[in-house]
Design a protein around this ligand. Structure first.
Ligand code: MG
Ligand code: MG
Length: 273
């Protein structure tokens, strides 16, 4: 899940100072290993759901599979009950950006489906999202999914001790805007740990060299949300589902990443991956 961010672009101007500030707490190497164990369960959920996605499948069925896998692994679905959210996954389709509720919606050929999920294992949260083509999609939809995934990779590459939060956002934004798409600015990534949302906020836009400093032991969820059209979003009548304001297609990729002495460590990969 993403969190609400500062809506003001003025936030971009903040943080350029001689002594970079830090937000969030450092996890020990042992704690990061525990978060990677949580993330491995989450990766298995995503890998399993990827094989189930097809025209005719309901988002509610995907939710059941995810919850069962998480509980069988001894974990708890982090999203279920979070501020009253009823599901274990957020299956957001087409113009839905994030936070859609699973149910009797039937996947159709040509849909773009973003699946966001969180796992709490031994008290440690992991958070990750992937976007998929359902059946045969348009070239533009395929490009949107690929560009969003690549923008996440660029953001992760900037996740190095001594860098700033703005280096991540700038890397994501450059990739997205070079493709002619828009980053959603009013929802952001976040620190992760014992709870799903911790400092710092991790915007998908920004200016390199600005913002809080990245330091060893910091764990953050980087999660570009990308619209084909404009960046504006709308909250739906269910109080959860967020759509692109102009109805354009949207995609979402997310990994939970630790800043380590050896560079960025993605925690939401399959064990051994
Ligand atoms: Mg998420
Ligand atoms: Mg998140």
């Amino acid at each position: 899940m993403s969190r609400s961010g500062r809506r003001s672009r003025a936030a971009k101007a903040l943080g350029r100072s001689a002594t970079p500030r830090r937000e969030g707490t450092a996890k020990t190497p042992g704690e990061i290993d525990a978060m990677a164990a949580s993330g491995a369960v989450l990766a298995r959920v995503h890998d399993t759901l990827a094989k189930e996605i097809a025209p005719g499948v309901t988002t509610g069925r995907l939710d059941e599979i995810a919850e069962q896998l998480i509980r069988d692994a001894g974990g708890v679905p982090s999203f279920k009950g979070y501020q009253g959210f009823p599901g274990s996954i957020c299956p957001s389709r087409n113009d839905e950006v994030v936070h859609a509720i699973p149910g009797d919606i039937v996947l159709a050929d040509g849909d773009v489906l973003s699946l966001d999920c969180g796992v709490t294992l031994d008290g440690w949260v992991s958070d990750s999202a992937r976007s998929y083509a359902v059946g045969a999609v348009t070239d533009e939809a395929r490009r949107l999914i690929d560009v969003t995934r690549e923008s996440l990779a660029r953001g992760i590459a900037a996740c190095v001790a001594g860098n700033r939060i703005g280096d991540i956002g700038a890397a994501v934004q450059a990739e997205v805007e070079a493709a002619g798409f828009s980053v959603v600015e009013s929802l952001v990534g976040h620190g992760v740990g014992r709870t799903m949302h911790e400092p710092p906020q991790v915007p998908n836009y920004g200016t390199a060299g600005t913002g809080p400093e990245l330091f060893e032991g910091l764990v953050i969820a980087i999660e570009p949300m990308v619209n084909v059209g404009g960046p504006d979003i709308t909250l739906g009548p269910d109080g959860w589902t967020i759509t692109s304001a102009d109805g354009s297609l949207s995609a979402h990729w997310e990994h939970t990443v630790a800043v380590t002495a050896a560079g960025p460590r993605i925690l939401t990969l399959a064990a051994g991956g």
